[in-house]
Design a protein. Structure first.
Length: 76
């Protein structure tokens, strides 16, 4: 089973909203609205995690950062 994308999760949220509009019973509407909110929240969290992993991948390695800003010329 592959991981769902944020777009797919948002589509699931949209489907729940559409079904909630057509649901005859208040209880069913409420459940579908809760599900829609859950799918949307999960999509938001996945986007946040993807953004963090992309930022980590673009950051220079820690070893390169440790020497940054230190002038070693004429240290003798």
């Amino acid at each position: 089973m592959s991981m769902r994308t944020p777009v797919e999760l948002r589509n699931d949220a949209w489907e729940c909203l559409q079904q909630a509009e057509q649901a005859p019973a208040q209880r069913d509407k409420a459940i579908l609205l809760i599900l829609a909110q859950g799918w949307a929240s999960l999509a938001d969290e996945m986007e946040r995690l993807f953004a963090c992993s992309e930022a980590d991948a673009e950051a220079p390695p820690a070893a390169a950062q440790s020497g940054a800003g230190h002038d070693t010329a004429g240290a003798n």
